[in-house]
Design a protein around this ligand. Structure first.
Ligand code: FES
Length: 73
């Protein structure tokens, strides 16, 4: 099971079993981590990972779970 959690004013946490890949199918070596924070503020100097920069740039985004419209056909 993998959970993807949008932290208020912060990163996307991925927890559980996951594989992170780049666009060439290369896998990140996450050194056994079972939780990782992905930057969504754009300010990290270690993208795609969160380095705490969201606090310094006053990133604001709080999302609530909701139902999406069906995908376009
Ligand atoms: S979300 Fe943490 S550095 Fe961007």
């Amino acid at each position: 099971m993998t959970d993807i959690i949008f932290k208020d004013n912060g990163p996307i946490l991925v927890t559980g079993e996951f594989i992170l890949k780049d666009t060439e199918n290369g896998e990140f070596d996450v050194a056994g981590r079972t939780t990782i924070g992905l930057c969504r503020c754009g300010a990290s100097e270690n993208k795609p990972f969160c380095d705490g920069a969201h606090k310094r740039c006053d990133f604001e985004s709080a999302v609530k779970a909701r139902q999406l419209a069906p995908p376009a056909k």
